[in-house]
Ligand binder design. Sequence first.
Ligand SMILES: [Zn+2]
Length: 219
Amino acid sequence: MTDERGATLVDTGIGPAGGAAAEWLGTAGRLPSLLEQAGVSATEIDTVILTHVHLDHTGWNTDGVAPRFPQATYVVQQAEFDHVTAGPNPTYERQLRPIVETGRLRIVDGKTRLGKGIEVVPAPGHTPGHQVVVTPRAVLGGDVLVHPAQAQWPELLYVYEREPEVAIASRREVLELAKALGVPIAAAHPHTPLDVTSYGVKGRGTAGTGRGLCPSQRI
Ligand SMILES: [Zn+2]
C-alpha cells in the first residue's frame, strides 16, 4: 500500500532461491521483481506488517544479517513474538532477530491503528499471534484462510492450524468484519481476493453452491 508519505508492505513472502521456504515449497519468491514492477524501492517501505512469523511470510525480511527494508519498522503482535521466542526457532533467528537487533521491530498488543487508514486486528489460531490488516480497500488476511472454500465453510480446517477451534472463531470474525466493511479478503495463499459480501446470508455451509466464493484453483 502506497501513499505520498511512503509504503506499507504486508508479509515478505517466500524469499530467495535456496532459502528455507523456497526449498520447502519448491519455488523461489518474487517480491523484489514485483516491487520493481510496482515502482517501489526497498528504501521507500516505511512499514512491514507481519501477519505471523512463518517462513513463507517472512522470507525477504532480512538477508540473514540485516533488514532488507532498512527504513522500515516491522510490526508483529506480542503473542506472536512471545511464541517464536519461547524456544529454538530458525525462522526467528534468520528473519526476525536481525530486525530486533537493529531496533526496527515494533511489538503491538491487540487491535492497533497504524495510521494511513491501516489497522491490525488479532486473528489467532493459525499461530498464537496471527493478525490481519484492515485497509479501506481490503482485509489482508494472512493465513486466516488458505483456500477459498473456507470462506464458505469456515469450519474447514487447515492442517497447520495450531489451535483449530480458535482458528475457526477467528475465520468467522474476519469474514464478518470484511462483510460489514464491504471489502474483499485478500489472503496470502488464494490467488485472487475473495468477495465475501454475501457471507452468511443463507446460513453457514448449508445453502448455496459456494461457486462464487469457491472457484476451482490450486493453492
Ligand atoms: Zn502460515
